[in-house]
Write a protein that binds this ligand. Structure first.
Ligand code: NAP
Length: 345
């Protein structure tokens, strides 16, 4: 049979567009050969994540750091988180028709080799499958680990979240509210700002695109200063947050999306503030925090079941929509977790 997949046509420099991608196909034998421990998965949902852009560049220093960030070449299949159904397995741990989550790809079927991350979906959890990529998946773990392990919140602290209506951001704000913090989100449209305040319980929110001076905007939203900044975007917002930070403030540097498509957007926070206000600025990767994975799943599923947390999802249909879904992340098109559904169970 033929397996369709999405690939880049050329290295990407700057903002991506649908034209940077193409759909190709390669032959696939829908059975595992004798003695192989491969698992063949039919992909149902795939995750659309900003970090992939750094893999699609001819060079990014991130490519030399961790395996998941390694460079992609034009024509290559693109591995990505996904959920799917096992169609053939040479691995005794996985049986045909079981539902799995792990490192799959922007393709119809993925052959998962031994050693590649793949786990069975716990059927007792009884949540929509898409949740295993968002609120109960990598985005949820990023929000949980970044907020609790890195920011170490205390009740009553003042928290700023950027890209607050995105996959990670909307969960961070909700964890912060559940921890008794005061939370302000910034996002790129009026609709997102309203959602944050009216649906997700943020104390306040603003559209950063309408602010000519973000430093003074933050002074308005935080007259008593910021204790925690969960940074998804980098650049001016990080500089403005540090300028408005209280003594012993913490900045969790989760992402720098503004920089991913514009090399000129480097954050240059004032180091005098960092020193005299004893501010911690710490980058992190969710997968270094797997030791709290069980806590994360148990706390978050409990919050969902009791209606204390909501998941925002933005789902496009069909493999052909992957390029535009991905390019849309950098225009702020998505509201919540961006996914593409490739097939139904
Ligand atoms: P997301 O927030 O769902 O989507 C990206 C959002 O970023 C867009 O919707 C847009 O929202 C905003 N954005 C795009 N370009 C921007 C720019 N130039 N300036 C400011 N905002 C911009 O994506 P996500 O998956 O939750 O990821 C959020 C951040 O976390 C990314 O930087 C990502 O790389 C990072 N991340 C890190 C880890 C980790 O382990 N450290 C794990 C997952 C994600 P607006 O409408 O608000 O502009």
């Amino acid at each position: 049979m033929e397996n369709k997949y999405v690939t880049i046509k050329r290295f990407i420099d700057g903002l991506p567009s649908g034209l940077d991608f193409e759909l190709r196909s390669a032959p696939l034998t829908p059975a595992t050969p004798q003695g192989s421990e491969d698992v063949i998965v039919k992909n149902l949902f795939v995750s659309i994540d900003p970090y992939q852009i750094n893999r699609m560049k001819e060079y990014s220093s991130s490519q030399e750091t961790v395996e998941v960030a390694r460079r992609l070449l034009p024509g290559q299949r693109i591995d990505a988180f996904g959920v799917g159904r096992v169609v053939a397995s040479g691995n005794a741990e996985f049986k045909r028709d079981e539902l799995v989550a792990g490192m799959l790809g922007w393709e119809e079927y993925t052959v998962v080799r031994p050693g590649v991350m793949l786990t069975k979906i716990d059927s007792n959890l009884d949540f929509p499958l898409s949740y295993h990529l968002g609120i109960l998946g990598p985005s949820g773990l990023t929000a949980y680990a970044g907020f609790y392990d890195v920011c170490k919140p205390k009740k009553g602290e003042k928290v700023l979240v950027s890209a607050a209506c995105g996959s990670v951001g909307h969960l961070v704000g909700q964890f912060a509210k559940l921890s008794g913090c005061y939370v302000v989100g910034c996002a790129g449209s009026k609709k997102k700002v309203e959602l944050l305040k009216e649906k997700l319980g943020f104390d306040d929110a603003f559209n950063y695109k309408e602010e000519t001076d973000v430093k003074s905007a933050l002074k308005r939203y935080f007259p008593d200063g910021i204790d925690i900044y969960f940074d998804n975007v980098g650049a001016e917002m990080q500089e403005a947050a540090v300028a408005n930070m209280n003594a012993f403030g913490r900045v969790a540097v989760c992402g720098a999306i503004s920089r991913y498509t514009d090399a000129g957007k480097r954050a240059a926070p004032d180091m005098i503030d960092v020193i005299y206000k004893r501010i911690t600025i710490r980058g992190f990767l969710a997968y270094d925090h797997l030791s709290i994975y069980d806590d994360f799943i148990s706390a978050t599923s409990d919050h969902i079941r009791h209606g204390r947390m909501q998941s925002l999802e933005d789902i496009s249909q069909g493999l052909e929509s992957v390029p535009s879904a991905f390019a849309g992340l950098f225009r702020g098109d998505n509201v919540g977790k961006k996914l593409v559904q490739l097939a139904h169970i």
